[in-house]
Design a protein around this ligand. Structure first.
Ligand code: SDX
Length: 431
């Protein structure tokens, strides 16, 4: 251990162990327990990883108490206002904001990877029309491993780069195709003359029967939603991608695993669940009944879009999303939207209620996003697919960082075993 290394002391059964304390560039110190089991023959216990740093990363930093979110050091509110999604993708992937020339090259490469292999269209037709688009996305993204054989070798930097470009570029195409398939409309091909967000809106809402013009202000709102969802440290789906990637699985399989995890209502599925909850509440006078249920330990109901493992203050993304909701609804001429009225009143009441205040429960990224997406014309079933396509750059940036870390090893946690200890087999006649 280095001479001036800061340490923590653990005393166990009369033996003292010195644990190195690692200092971050921001956030809490980290106790390095990598050698603890070998030295003290004990495991640490942290289901849900509430107090556990699973990796070292330089990509995204969250200060839950301050309600701060930084992508490579840049605050999310400044990026949402001044940047755009593809520039944020470059920043997350490569660590620095691009020069104009770097941005043009990156945009050119992404744009020319937006089409998917024509045969992949057949996969969609194997699903029921009423399949949830997330089911289709998990299936189709995983199946990309069966097509893009020249970008499966994770040890080849060029193949890692191509797989990253393909995933960032093709996820919107796949999400839009899942939507079109669910409503029985023909697939719309990507267009190279449109921006990333314009392309997605065009692939979702245009039809061959008439021209479709993307409203620039809606494209800007869509682009901002992509940026707000791009990455978020070691959340459940990112940890899933890292764990899948640690076995050497190909990038398409790893991202499919991340999509599967994101689907859960406690995670990315909360945006759909939140809007459905707001609709179920229906009017402001019904709010107290639902607040009461959310506080009732015997009632599994929780306020969807509220609370967060890390944020014990406002989720900065929710603040930007709330402002954007007002802008988009105003732009679309939607006034007195009952769902937005319920959301704003619910937020106000909850933030004055001792239960939510004491538990530091605030609106999270999912609380307002559904109101915007619904106003833009998306069904609730498309909310989590939009979260997934936005988060693909975060997943792939974290995956790339892990693969390129020379200390990377397969993730293999241990357990606190409380089951039966050794016993001999008993023949059925003696049971
Ligand atoms: C995302 O991790 C990320 O970064 C995720 C994400 C990302 O960008 O990747 O930010 C995206 O997933 C946002 C979260 C979306 N999920 C929801 O909105 C679902 C509703 N929220 C909860 O299920 C919950 O808040 C979680 C899952 C988000 C966080 O759960 P934790 O950290 O495990 O906290 P907890 O469940 O232990 O709750 C602490 C207390 C509990 O009460 P006590 O047992 O201490 O008495 O707060 C209560 C909970 O019952 N609580 C809630 C609540 N959330 C927590 N009570 C009512 N309504 C809620 N929403």
């Amino acid at each position: 251990m280095a001479e001036n290394q800061k340490t923590a002391t653990l005393s166990l059964d009369g033996t003292t162990y010195e644990l190195p304390v690692l200092s971050p560039s921001a956030g809490p110190d980290v106790l390095d327990i990598r050698k603890l089991y070998g030295q003290a023959d004990v495991f640490t216990y942290d289901p849900g990883f509430t107090s556990t740093a699973s990796c070292e990363s330089k990509i995204t930093y969250i200060d839950g108490d301050k309600g701060e979110l930084l992508y490579r050091g840049y605050p999310i509110d400044q990026l949402a206002e001044k940047s755009h999604y593809l520039e944020v993708c470059y920043l997350l992937l490569y660590g620095e904001l691009p020069t104009r020339a770097q941005m043009e090259d990156f945009e050119y490469r992404i744009t020319r990877h937006t089409m998917i292999h024509e045969q992949i269209h057949n996969f969609f037709r194997g699903f029921r029309r009423d399949s949830h688009p997330m089911a289709t996305m998990v299936g189709v993204v995983g199946a990309m491993s069966a097509f893009y054989h020249d970008s499966l070798d994770i040890n080849d930097p060029w193949q890692r780069e191509v797989a990253s470009m393909r995933l960032i570029a093709k996820l919107p195409t796949i999400a839009a195709m899942a939507y079109k398939y669910s409503i029985g409309q023909p697939f719309v091909y990507p267009r190279n003359d449109l921006s990333y967000a314009e392309n997605f809106l065009n692939m979702c809402f245009s039809v061959p029967a008439e021209p479709y013009k993307v409203e620039p202000a809606l494209a800007k709102a869509m682009d901002r939603i992509f940026t707000l969802h791009a990455d978020h440290e070691q959340n459940a789906s990112t940890s899933t991608v890292r764990l899948a990637g640690s076995s050497g699985a190909n990038p398409f399989a790893c991202i499919a695993a991340g999509i599967a995890c994101l689907w859960g209502p406690a995670h990315g599925g909360a945006n759909q669940a939140c809007l459905e909850m707001l609709r179920e509440i229906g009017s402001v006078d019904k709010i107290p009944e639902y607040i009461k249920r959310a506080k009732d330990k015997d009632d599994p109901f929780r306020l969807m879009g509220f609370g967060h493992r890390v944020y014990k203050n406002f989720d900065p993304r929710a603040k930007v999303m709330k402002e954007s909701a007002d802008e988009v609804l105003d732009l679309l001429g939607i006034h007195d939207n009952p769902t937005l009225q319920v959301a704003k009143e619910l937020e106000k009441i909850a933030l004055e209620d001792e239960y939510f205040v004491s538990k530091k429960l605030y609106p999270n990224v999912d609380f307002y996003s559904g109101i915007i997406l619904e106003a833009m014309g998306f069904p609730t079933s498309m909310f989590t697919p939009i979260f997934a396509l936005s988060r693909t750059v975060g997943w792939i940036s974290q995956w790339k960082e892990m693969i390129e870390d020379p200390t990377n090893k397969i993730g293999r946690p241990r357990q606190l075993y409380t089951g039966a200890t050794f016993r001999d087999y008993v023949d059925v006649e003696k049971r």
